[in-house]
Design a protein around this ligand. Structure first.
Ligand code: MF3
Ligand code: CO
Ligand code: CO
Length: 251
């Protein structure tokens, strides 16, 4: 069942999504050569708690931290660690979810640590742009398949691959709700988009090949090819006038 939020529920969504986005970008601004992913997670954790929200990823399906931090060929679900150091030239995907007042926010961004390669720069730019191509399709009357179709069409034109194994989702009182929001699909197919719905659109894009595998830690998803991967995510509310990005940082 796809939940449709009332005005006051959407207001609560807006508030938690702003905190979540600010936590992500406050953390992102602190990224330095030599810092551990645990240190970055701690900055994000403290920001969430200091702003009255709950770092709801802690304990989610057994996940042990407040954010997922995935470097270079890691696509998603990297576990923050005191042993993993970010280096100049790395691309660092950070995914933050938080809860407040019964509602959730969820947003991700792939940051550059210092100067990165031209290849990496293009992957980040195109993946981020594909998120906006998807968001543009999130208008009342369209179908969920229109979103994924737009994301996939945009990324494959650059020779990149959409990871099909992991997908976006509805969000609200739960972090993951209906509908499923894949980053691929057929336009004109899937559930009808209606004002009051809120979803997470989150392209997960591999530079080479769609295949991924999970590392022995049971969480970290990496590209099978060893290529770079990027992940950008926004929580979006559907209004009669079109999509509104709830996870815009206001820092
Ligand atoms: N934030 C992720 C998403 O976009 C969920 C991560 S679940 C975790 O849906 F358990 F890996 F943290
Ligand atoms: Co997320
Ligand atoms: Co999500």
């Amino acid at each position: 069942m796809i939940s449709v939020k009332s005005k006051s529920e959407l207001e609560k969504m807006r508030r938690i999504c702003t905190v979540t986005a600010n936590a992500l970008h406050f953390g992102g601004q602190s990224i330095r050569d030599g810092m551990t992913t645990h240190e970055l997670d701690k900055i994000i954790h403290d920001y969430i708690v200091q702003h009255g929200a709950n770092p709801c990823l802690v304990g989610y399906a057994g996940f042990p931290a407040s954010s997922c931090i995935s470097i270079n060929d890691q696509l998603i679900h990297g576990i923050p660690s005191k042993k993993v150091r970010i280096k100049e030239g790395d691309i660092v995907s950070v995914d933050v979810s938080a809860e407040m007042d019964g509602f959730h926010g969820d947003t991700a961004f792939t940051f550059a640590c210092g100067k990165i390669s031209k290849e990496a720069e293009q992957l980040l730019k195109v993946t981020n742009e594909s998120l906006y191509k998807g968001i543009e399709q999130a208008v009342p009357g369209n179908r969920i398949g229109d979103i994924g179709h737009a994301v996939e069409e945009y990324c494959t034109a650059y020779g990149y691959s959409v990871c099909k194994k992991y997908i976006g989702h509805g969000i609200g009182r739960k972090l993951h709700e209906d509908p499923e929001v894949p980053n691929y699909g057929k336009s004109g197919h899937g559930p009808r988009i209606v004002a009051g719905m809120t979803f997470c659109i989150e392209p997960m894009i591999n530079a080479v090949g769609e295949d991924v595998r999970v590392l022995p830690d049971g969480w970290t998803v990496v590209t099978k090819s060893g290529s770079l991967a990027a992940h950008f995510e926004h929580t979006v509310a559907i209004t009669p006038d079109g999509p509104v990005i709830l996870t815009k940082p206001t820092l």
